[in-house]
Design a protein around this ligand. Structure first.
Ligand SMILES: [Zn+2]
Length: 447
């Protein structure tokens, strides 16, 4: 039996940061000790974590690993390795791959692929179309994290726009419905408007992206989703909220009492439209990054409780696919490897507390999706843990990037925190720059 003691860490968990130790036995945490307590069982390995912070592993409820079918951009092996290096121990993958995950067969194939290739724990959404709600009753709610619904088009063209279909989707499932909300009509009208205005250009500057995919486009679509959820009693989770205006649709009551929850993504918490000048289409994503006031409102909403979860919307493309402007360049950016250090940097800037980061990136996703035995540092829970080191300044350069696309919008930035070690089910998957590519994560189970 393998028993590992991680001692002298500052353990950030359930709203507190306390110096202490953790004992891992095989896959599980068996003891959580304060600094004064000694482990009750002898350990055959000791990791001295003095000066480090021990957090539950990050659970990212929103990634696009592009596998199967779009594997020139990314694949499950490369991206799960990048995730592990970033302290992420579980991901939920989106269905806009090729083939789309919109039938039971493609879903089963996807799970098989993830089991074969992922070095971290995983689940996957079932993609809704205008007509496939008949499959919902065959989905195993212990294995599928939710239904992904595009109420606005993005990579993969899975737009569901028929009102009758939307009504059916919202009424026909007890599974969580995760929505991408942007009104297609408003976007279309804006494209026409700007094309007419600048009829001599072949593409529009990326600086128009947030005017085309406007605040109103987000708000009207999110408002419709909330309305449908309230009418039907559906469990709604609106992904990547990007505007201050949408925040009025949510309530800051305790998470356990919510049937409608909201996610903010790292790009919208880090960047503003001013960054298009320096980063160009690298930060082009859907929904668009908007004027600065929205970023400040989102940050406040994370603190107030209007926003429940922080995720990445990790959506890699090749740099060559990012050529062009608002119309031609692809939307999405890689983020999963640097999400935790980016948020810890905001802790240093006084935007969030470290306890808040753990709440929004570990506890809340575990609670919202009812994930079995993960997301907290508790005896009996799976030992998904990340050890991070503060005051360890480093610069993000190309050679540190594990994502297949080999670029990051954060290149050149410096970070004070470094991910030191990542444990997945008690196994040391990432340590001091190396990923154990032979390890395979587990499929997430939901209560
Ligand atoms: Zn996405």
């Amino acid at each position: 039996m393998k028993r590992t003691l991680i001692k002298n860490a500052i353990i950030v968990n359930e709203g507190k940061s306390i110096e202490g130790s953790v004992v891992i036995e095989n896959e599980k945490i068996i003891e959580l000790l304060t600094a004064e307590q000694e482990p009750t069982s002898p350990c055959n390995e000791t990791i001295d974590a003095s000066g480090c912070y021990l957090l539950p592993g990050i659970i990212d409820d929103h990634v696009h690993f592009r596998d199967p079918g779009l594997t020139h951009k990314a694949d499950i092996s490369t991206e799960s390795s990048a995730a592990a290096a970033g302290g992420v121990t579980s991901i939920m993958d989106m269905p806009n791959t090729n083939p789309l995950v919109t039938t039971i067969d493609t879903l089963n194939d996807k799970f098989e692929l993830m089991a074969r290739k992922s070095v971290i724990n995983y689940s996957c959404y079932f993609g809704a179309t205008n007509t496939n709600y008949k499959f919902f009753e065959h989905l195993d709610s212990h294995k599928v994290c939710g239904i992904k619904l595009f109420m606005g088009s993005s990579t993969g063209n899975m737009l569901v726009e028929r009102m009758k279909s939307l009504m059916k989707i919202f009424s026909d499932t007890d599974l969580l419905i995760a929505t991408h909300c942007e009104s297609q009509e408003i976007i279309k009208a804006n494209i026409e408007k700007y094309k007419k205005k600048y009829s001599d250009v072949v593409d529009l500057s990326v600086r128009y992206h947030h005017l085309i995919r406007s605040i109103e486009a987000c708000y009207q679509s999110s408002k419709l989703a909330v309305k449908l959820a309230k009418q039907t009693g559906a469990r709604l989770h609106i992904l990547h909220i990007s505007t201050e205006k949408e925040l009025s649709l949510f309530e800051n009551k305790p998470l356990a009492e919510k049937k409608i929850t909201a996610e903010a993504c790292i790009p919208h918490l880090l960047f503003t439209s001013a960054d298009y000048t320096t980063l160009g289409t690298r930060i082009k994503c859907n929904p668009a990054i908007k004027l600065k006031g929205n970023r400040e409102a989102l940050r406040n909403a994370v603190n107030s409780g209007l926003i429940d979860v922080i995720a990445t919307d990790h959506a890699p493309h090749l740099l060559s696919e990012k050529e062009g402007g608002a119309l031609k360049a692809t939307s999405g950016m890689p983020m999963v490897q640097f999400s935790l250090v980016s948020m810890l940097q905001l802790v240093n800037e006084g935007v969030f507390t470290i306890e808040k980061i753990v709440e929004k990136m570990c506890h809340a996703p575990a609670d919202i999706y009812s994930i079995n035995h993960r997301g907290y540092i508790r005896p009996g829970y799976q030992a998904d843990l990340v050890l991070v080191r503060p005051n360890n300044k480093w610069e993000l350069t190309k050679d540190s990037i594990l994502s297949k696309c080999q670029w990051s919008p954060l290149e050149g930035r410096t970070f004070d925190w470094k991910v030191d070690k990542t444990f997945v089910n008690g196994h040391l998957v990432y340590s001091e720059g190396r990923v154990d590519e032979n390890y395979r994560g587990q499929q997430l189970r939901f209560r």
